[in-house]
Design a protein around this ligand. Structure first.
Ligand SMILES: Cc1ncc(COP(=O)(O)O)c(C=O)c1O
Length: 395
């Protein structure tokens, strides 16, 4: 490692934003679908169109398995987690509903909720979190009202990686007749989704949304939306489904209703290959490998004076946020790249409310996030650059 190279090789440590590189099989499946399949799914009967259909069905079956063995016919692929979350929020909520969300959540849920609340359509309570982003389930129970319909929660914070007690939140919601929408963007692919009971989803969630391009190791272009049977969502988007095309009405089935428009077949081919890769390595092994790097990074950073690591000591999701006294997080991110090719994210990380609770409201944090293709050398490089900066500043 060197902290003085003018053009150091790229060290990508922004896997919470999007994973890179991808497993080679993911790149190949994606490229092969784009180059040789080259047909729209759900719309034609010729050979390649049928291959495109098979790619979508294959991805759906694999994701249903990954979610703990849910019904594949309830798994839709909007273009990303943001659209999936918006489809759930706008599709579920009615005028007068009250929603409980958390200060730890991402703008992908907080902004649509705010949009509805600002127009007087719904009411929201945002429960606070502690100094690492953790939410007390009792705060959710105490915020409950007769009009509460939904609890929205990020499974893992994209700023600190802290995990929420989703099982407890699901119980609180269900005991009171409400539903739980789980934003699994930072957990699916790092945490095994084991079904809670017969016919039940992991963690008792009623709706799960996630992207394929983060911890799942897939490409952008395919989000995941699973909705428990029995829950109907109003449509946020209408359009062609390749079926009942002579009618102006949207068809009835969940998949047709949740997936208007042409699916991103290469992204779904990549997603299938990614799930295969994760399962061949096992999620537990990949997660343990990434976690070891994050734990090493957090403990090396904690040793450096004037560095504040912001997050749980029991790291599960491999995200490490920190600040350095006397530096703007954006400066640290720029210096990490200039001095050692280390690419990280800095700022508020699309999480509008958490920083008041973390004490990072002035500039946010530097966020380092480790994937399966990082090494201990990356950890040492980050720590060495930061230690050098701190010692230069203080001398
Ligand atoms: C917790 C969380 N939720 C939702 C999203 C949105 O995912 P996407 O940008 O892929 O739609 C992100 C992305 O960073 C996230 O971290």
């Amino acid at each position: 490692m060197s902290v003085t190279q003018a053009s150091a090789p790229r060290r990508y440590l922004d896997n919470a934003a999007t994973s890179w590189p991808k497993p080679e099989t993911v790149f190949r499946a994606w490229e092969q679908a784009a180059r040789t399949v080259g047909a729209a799914a759900g719309r034609g009967a010729y050979r390649e169109a049928l291959q495109a259909d098979a790619i979508c069905d294959g991805a759906r079956n694999k994701v249903a398995g990954l979610l703990g063995g849910v019904d594949p016919l309830r798994v839709a692929f909007p273009t990303g987690a943001t659209l999936a979350l918006n489809m759930a929020i706008h599709g579920l909520l009615k005028a007068g509903d009250h929603v409980i969300a958390t200060a730890s959540d991402h703008n992908a849920t907080l902004r649509p909720l705010h949009w509805l609340a600002a127009r007087g359509i719904i009411e929201t309570t945002i429960v606070p979190c502690d100094g690492v982003g953790r939410v007390d389930p009792d705060a959710v129970a105490n915020a409950w009202r007769p009009s509460t319909r939904l609890v929205v929660c990020s499974h893992a914070s994209n700023v600190t990686g802290v995990l929420q007690e989703i099982d407890a939140l699901a119980d609180i919601a269900h005991q009171r007749g409400g539903l739980l929408l789980l934003d699994a963007a930072q957990s699916l692919g790092q945490i095994s989704f084991v079904p809670r009971g017969l016919g039940e989803a992991a963690f008792g969630a009623d709706i799960v949304a996630a992207p394929s391009h983060k911890w799942l190791q897939g490409m952008t272009g395919a989000g995941i939306l699973w909705v428990r049977p029995g829950i109907d969502l109003e449509l946020l988007v209408q359009g062609g489904t390749g079926t009942s095309s002579n009618s102006l009405e949207m068809p009835d089935s969940f998949l047709e209703r949740m997936q208007p428009g042409t699916p991103d077949v290469p992204a779904l081919a990549g997603l299938s290959a990614a799930v295969d890769w994760l399962e061949s390595q096992t999620i537990e092994a990949i997660a343990a490998q990434c976690r070891t790097l994050a734990q090493g990074c957090a403990s090396q950073l904690r040793e450096i004076p004037s560095v504040r690591v912001i997050g749980p000591r029991d790291i599960v999701v491999p995200i490490v946020s920190f600040t350095v006294e006397g530096y703007d997080p954006a400066e640290i991110a720029a210096l990490l790249e200039q001095l050692a090719g280390v690419q990280v994210r800095s700022g508020f990380h699309c999480a509008a409310l958490v920083h008041d609770h973390l004490g990072t409201q002035f500039g946010g944090t530097v966020r380092v996030s480790f994937g399966p293709f990082n090494s201990i050398d990356d950890v040492d490089t980050v720590a060495e650059v930061i230690a050098t900066l701190v010692s230069t500043t203080s001398s």
